[in-house]
Design a protein around this ligand. Structure first.
Ligand code: AMP
Ligand code: MG
Length: 340
């Protein structure tokens, strides 16, 4: 199959919408990362997402809508809890996915769970595509499963060329990491995946929330993940990444001492002038938004260059940096060296 990259003109959005309605897959831009979309009400179409990505069938998908009224119109959930209403009012449209008890959604979307993940994206092109398709869209990130998520149409083309008919090019993604995922299906709201909406922003609306253990830590043998996606090796480039938790000076000293291994540095912008190895700066030290925005592109660049051994600066864990930490710790297979 030839994969065409479409600019988001009126005609092309109509074309993408029609293809989606008819059960085909389309790569779509969103404000978080690019998605691989299918008609969420068409179980067969949804199955083909798993095939194109090589995604394990037990990892459920997020359902995307372009208006809150579509939750009722398509009977996506069995009830909307008060906590969900508060979150929708505060952060929709935007990079927040809310998990609620499921309604009439095919089991392929929810991987057999009794809950469903719903998001109302803010990207103007995403909204137009959903509206043109006239159905909610199930869409995971448009990367090959396990690889870094795509933040440009080129990234999607790299992973999906020949597998899907269309990719709509809406430019580079603004947030750069996937949505925050919170469940309000239980008694207490639980953060399952950090993203563009921070825990502090969630607590401002809901009061105390819990943070699932898998957000910051590796799951133990036999432990079940509240969010199935958390148990898989993820976001990983081919390079072997080790994260270094230390002061600026210790990091620079450590990396320079490993120059002879042919090591590269996944560092902060400020570190670059002090490093004598190949550098992959992923943002300024105190600018968590820029780190989120660039991290996946930088991980892909490392693959393009065939980087082998990489020492990365361990991100902070507060604010938006929690999302960057959550992705990088997985990209590094939880390999962290702490230098006192
Ligand atoms: P992605 O599609 O790549 O953005 O990943 C979606 C994430 O949301 C994965 O980590 C899924 O495991 C998680 N997810 C989707 N639906 C549910 C659900 N019903 N319950 C828990 N986690 C979910
Ligand atoms: Mg993904």
């Amino acid at each position: 199959m030839e994969t065409k990259v479409l600019l988001p003109t009126k005609e092309n959005i109509a074309k993408a919408g029609e293809a989606l309605f008819n059960g085909q897959l389309v790569g779509i831009p969103t404000e978080t990362v690019y998605g691989l979309a299918a008609n969420a009400l068409d179980g067969e179409a949804v199955k083909s997402i798993f095939a194109a990505k090589g995604r394990p069938a037990d990892n459920p998908l997020i359902v995307h809508i372009s208006d809150i009224s579509q939750i009722e119109r398509f009977h996506l959930v069995s009830e909307i809890p008060e906590a969900a209403e508060k979150l929708m009012a505060a952060y929709w449209p935007g990079p927040l996915t809310i998990i609620m008890k499921k309604g009439d959604v095919p089991s392929e979307v929810t991987a057999g769970l009794d809950t469903v993940a719903v998001r109302f994206p803010s990207h103007p092109v995403t909204k137009k595509i959903i509206t043109a398709a006239n159905c909610p869209l199930a869409a995971p990130s448009a990367n090959t499963s396990g690889k870094p998520s795509p933040t440009t149409a080129e990234h999607v083309f790299h992973d999906m060329n020949g597998k899907i008919p269309y990719i709509v090019d809406g430019g580079a993604c603004e947030v750069g990491v996937e949505s925050t995922v919170i469940t309000v299906a239980g008694d207490v709201p639980v953060l399952l995946r950090p993203g563009g909406i921070t825990p502090e922003q969630l607590e401002a609306v809901l009061g105390h929330i819990e943070i699932a253990d898998a957000v910051l830590n590796q799951l133990k043998e036999g432990e079940t993940a509240a969010s199935p996606g958390m148990k898989y090796k993820h976001y990983a480039p081919s390079a072997k990444i080790t994260l270094i938790k230390s002061s600026d000076e210790k990091y620079i000293e450590y990396v320079n001492a490993h120059k002879d291994e042919g090591a590269a540095a996944l560092c902060y912008d400020e570190d670059v002038p002090f490093l004598s190895v190949k550098t992959y700066p992923y943002g300024a030290k105190n600018d968590y938004e820029s780190q989120a925005n660039r991290i996946f592109d930088v991980l892909r660049q490392m693959d393009d260059d065939g980087a082998g051994i990489v020492y990365g600066r361990c991100p902070d864990t507060n604010g938006t940096a929690m999302a960057v930490y959550n992705r990088l710790i997985r990209a590094a297979g939880f390999e962290v060296i702490e230098l006192a």
